[in-house]
Design a protein around this ligand. Structure first.
Ligand code: ATP
Length: 917
């Protein structure tokens, strides 16, 4: 049987039952989906829920606690059986049960965090699904690539991935890269001719394969294989779902947690030895009593929640960012966004609306003004001397050399295609000229699609008078490829007419208009059919230029201002004309003067790296830039230690996006290849989304920092309170015997899992501090604990720890029992934390933020405060946790006195501007 590449186009279409005029019908799509399935490769299997649940039992802290449970059980059995002490036996049993319950709650919390982090990531991936264009029910439609079915007619253009295996039935200068299958890195030209003999994969010029990228031109292919039944499916039966990169912050925190674990293990062993030595004997009794303090210490000193909370805060941050239309592809970008110091942005579509209207044109004789904005073909065309529009070669070229269409639906005019070309189509219609009508007398032979490297687009046509090339593109580029210019109605040699022609172009550009010239030339049949693009687009006669308005997006001006206040430089890098770029940059506040410096692509070309290095700090506009220039600009900015975010929409921008610290692609107008290499996708193509994403990046980082500060402060306070007790409480005071630990193990566990974990967690969701976009970008090499975070943690942790021990000692001195004194210490610690958490949320001080700004935090604090008091009142908890009822006035003391250090330190800071605490 003949393979698809050996069949003619028509045979292939007939075999797969497709009428190319209609495309697939809805029923055919459903039938084929049932027959062949979805266009997806099977994903790697995810861990089942039970495995994820059990994973949290592998954490060191949980292992320590499980050890404690077993010891408590043993101790209980020992008390019941050997010592005949049911009271102690019951206590130990309850302790074991409560620790077990807390472990299970903790496991559920970890499980929930992991599942929601995963769900968030999955949702982000789903949003990042690729799309494709297919012809169905007589219409071109955009669908998710997984919905492509066999027999679909798939359209691809420069920058797309070929999303299925296809037999090409139309190819315009089509070239694709198939290196993933053949190892051949160069682009291969494709056509739709039949191959009559057997051919290797790499030689099947009429076939396209899933996973290839379109490097030039455009084409339409008949889908012959999808999903697993493609050549790509043959070589990779399994693909990993998007990799989960560990962010530098996660690495730092994992490392920090490990170091702290080692330190705590040392402290625990030391405490155990000291305790045993003090007890003077090695018995089950002495071991269980010393172990209790050791376990408390172990629990106190391990910031166990850090890594889990970090990953959920990052993923939730990423989801929030996506709701604001900034889709990040890996979590480490959140961090990088926070330290971005340079944003290099395209102009068209990002800073401007990408809704273009031709408002002026020069047709080689006169300049015309065009009225009427939008896509309706109504508007007056009037020359500056008062004459009305006439059919010129310029207008004919502008309409023919064009792939855009306007469709009227219920009185509305809907544009399809490239905005620049849409503007010219509308202009043609205003002058009574349509491509359809022109094609009646002109046959379209070839289309040479637009590339931003060439900055031109051409068509070859045939009519009664022979073969003709029409080219439209950037005026300066056309000038370089021209011989003559039509000026004041006469054809003049380019060198004599150039200056006057450029005057007209500059006058358009100075009004912030995008300029586009049209040229033509006659061709021989051989040239028309076979000549390369480079050779065709030369020897032109320029016949006019259009001025197209693309209004700036209104919200960008404010974004630029905000970013400048945040000490982030905004740079415009555009393919457009220098004057157009400058006029718009001035309008948006990117530059402050009307004659600001603009560096042109040609100038960059001539510069050495050293020269460019010196140029970049003082340049905010680059014009007529090609994608390769972008890479050079980024690298030089990076040599200035800048963290650079760069936008790009075309396929050739992909390498620049990879070089940038944050590569940004356009979700709507960007090509699939560019999106693939980006770190951030702007789902709405708007510049303001970059600003919002940077703000989110900064906020998430600040929240993580605050959360860590709070966690570590508490850990230090707990460890210190216990250690001070161990070292200093060597003599019996009142009713409290020597060696009584400051806090019981279960109190510490409670603090860690309830009164500390919940408010800390809420810190991760905090809103941005008011001045977050007024600060300088963070140095990316700076540690998360830099800028006095360590000193704040140490000073506050030490004071809080000392206070907890002192409260215990004071309670013993006024004659309280052991459990009462421990309860005083417990509540002092709990409320110390609950006050401190409001300070931890600010990089300045407690007084600078509205304490009710984070509702989650207020609720968490109220919950933690109330339940912590309840466990000192309810008899069951008294028995299990070793807490006791306290007189009312002591409750008041333990709630409010712990607020003092926080208020005093914050106050001193405000008055004297001290930063170390
Ligand atoms: P930016 O890089 O800011 O998005 P841009 O969209 O203007 O800017 P390009 O798309 O590279 O950059 O366009 C550069 C120039 O090429 C334009 O100024 C215009 O003169 C010309 N041009 C743009 N689109 C077309 C097109 N479809 N056909 C022919 N020439 C075009």
């Amino acid at each position: 049987m003949k393979q698809f590449y050996q069949q003619t186009k028509d045979q292939a279409l007939t075999k797969l039952l497709v009428d190319p005029k209609i495309g697939l019908t809805t029923e055919q799509v459903q039938q084929n989906r049932q027959l062949y399935g979805r266009n997806q490769l099977p994903e790697k299997k995810k861990d089942p829920y039970w495995k994820i649940f059990l994973r949290s039992f592998k954490e060191p802290i949980i292992i320590v606690l499980l050890g404690a449970v077993i010891l408590s059980f043993l101790s209980s059995i020992y008390a019941f059986r050997t010592q005949n002490n049911p009271q102690h036996g019951l206590e130990a049993l309850y302790e074991a049960i409560v620790i077990l319950i807390l472990i299970i709650i903790n496991a559920f919390l970890g499980f929930w965090q992991e599942i929601s982090a995963q769900k968030n990531l999955d949702a982000l991936r789903e949003m990042n699904n690729r799309i494709a264009t297919v012809y169905r029910n007589k219409e071109w439609q955009t669908i998710a690539t997984k919905d492509i079915v066999v027999s679909d007619l798939l359209k691809v253009k420069l920058g797309d991935f070929v999303e299925a295996d296809v037999r090409w039935i139309q190819a315009d200068e089509l070239q694709v890269i198939e290196s993933h299958l053949t190892g051949e890195a160069d682009a291969i030209a494709k056509n739709s001719a039949t191959i009559n003999q057997e051919a290797e994969l790499g030689d099947r010029f009429n076939m396209g394969y899933s996973g290839s990228t379109v490097a030039n031109g455009q084409g339409i292919g008949l889908v012959v294989g999808i999903g697993e039944n493609t050549e790509l499916g043959n070589i990779s039966r399994l693909i990993d779902s998007v990799e989960e990169k560990v962010s530098p912050l996660q690495k730092t925190i994992n490392k920090l947690t490990k170091t702290l674990m080692k330190v705590s293990a040392g402290i625990v062993i030391l405490t155990f030895i000291i305790g045993i030595l003090r007890a003077g004997e090695l018995s089950i009794n002495s071991i269980t009593s010393v172990l209790s303090t050791s376990i408390a210490l172990a629990v106190a000193s391990i910031p166990d929640a850090l890594p889990a909370v970090l990953s959920i805060v990052l993923t939730i941050g990423a989801s929030k960012m996506a709701q604001n239309k900034g889709l990040i592809k890996s979590l480490d970008s959140v961090e990088t966004l926070g330290s971005t110091s340079y944003i290099c942005s395209d102009k068209t579509g990002t800073l401007t609306q990408n809704e273009m209207t031709a408002t002026k044109f020069y047709d080689g004789e006169e300049t015309f003004n065009v009225s009427g904005l939008g896509y309706a073909p109504t508007g007056k065309i009037e020359s500056t001397t008062g004459s009305t529009a006439k059919t010129s070669i310029f207008l004919k070229g502008a309409v023919l050399c064009n792939e855009a269409t306007i469709k009227e639906e219920n009185g509305k005019f809907l544009p399809f295609g490239n905005p620049t070309e849409i503007a010219l189509t509308v202009l043609g219609q205003k002058a009574g000229l349509t491509k359809e009508a022109l094609l009646k007398n002109n046959q379209l032979i070839r289309t040479l699609p637009f590339t931003s490297d060439r900055k031109m687009m051409s068509v070859v046509i045939k009519n009664d008078t022979g073969y003709w090339l029409y080219t439209k593109g950037a005026p300066d580029v056309l000038l370089r490829n021209s011989q003559n210019i039509l000026l004041n109605g006469k054809t003049v040699a380019t060198q004599n007419a150039e200056a006057e022609f450029m005057k007209i172009v500059d006058s358009f550009a100075n009004e912030a208009l995008r300029t586009l010239a049209v040229g033509f030339r006659q061709l021989t049949e051989n040239q028309a059919r076979k000549e390369t693009v480079e050779k065709l687009e030369t020897d032109l006669t320029i016949v006019g230029v259009a001025g197209i308005i693309d209004p700036p997006r209104p919200e960008v001006k404010q974004s630029v201002k905000t970013l400048n206040e945040a000490n982030i430089e905004v740079v415009m890098i555009t393919g457009d004309h220098a004057n157009t770029a400058r006029a718009i940059a001035y309008d948006l506040g990117i530059v402050k003067t009307k004659d600001a410096k603009v560096v042109n692509g040609l100038e960059i070309e001539k510069m050495t790296d050293d020269e460019l290095f010196k140029t970049v700090p003082t340049t905010n506009i680059y014009a007529r830039v090609s994608p390769e220039h972008k890479q050079r600009i980024i690298k030089q900015l990076q040599h200035h230690q800048q963290v650079v975010a760069m936008t790009g929409d075309g396929v050739n921008d992909a390498p620049a996006l990879r070089v940038a610290d944050i590569g940004i692609a356009m979700g709507i107008n960007g090509t699939e290849v560019t999106k693939d290499s980006a770190d951030l996708i702007l789902l709405d193509d708007k510049f303001t989304t970059i600003e919002k994403s940077v703000k989110s990046g900064r906020t998430i980082y600040a929240n993580i920092k605050n959360f860590m500060r709070h966690e570590l402060t508490t850990n230090i306070a707990e460890v210190l309170a216990l250690l001070l007790g161990l070292l200093l409480f060597s003599k019996t005071i009142g009713q409290v015997p020597a060696g009584t630990p400051t806090l019981t193990a279960l109190m510490v566990l409670w603090v860690n899992m309830v009164s500390d974990a919940l408010p800390s967690f809420a810190l991760g969701y905090d809103v941005a501090e008011a001045d977050i976009m007024k600060e300088d970008p963070r140095d990316p090499n700076e540690s998360v604990l830099a800028n006095h975070t360590w000193s704040r943690v140490l000073i506050r942790g030490t004071i809080m720890g000392a206070m907890v021990y002192l409260s215990f000692w004071w309670a013993a001195n006024i004659g309280m029992s052991s459990s009462e004194a421990q309860t005083v210490a417990f509540l002092t610690l709990v409320f110390g934390q609950l006050w401190h958490v409001f300070d931890a949320r600010s990089s300045h001080s407690l007084f600078r933020r509205n304490p009710f700004g984070n509702r989650n935090l207020v609720l968490a604090v109220l919950f933690a405060g109330i339940t912590s008091i309840l466990v000192t009142i309810l008899p069951f908890f008294n028995l299990v946790m070793g807490t006791a009822n306290l007189p009312a006035w002591i409750y008041l003391l333990v709630i409010f006195v712990p607020a003092l250090p926080t208020f005093i330190l914050s106050g001193l800071k405000e008055i004297f501007g001290i930063t170390i605490w």
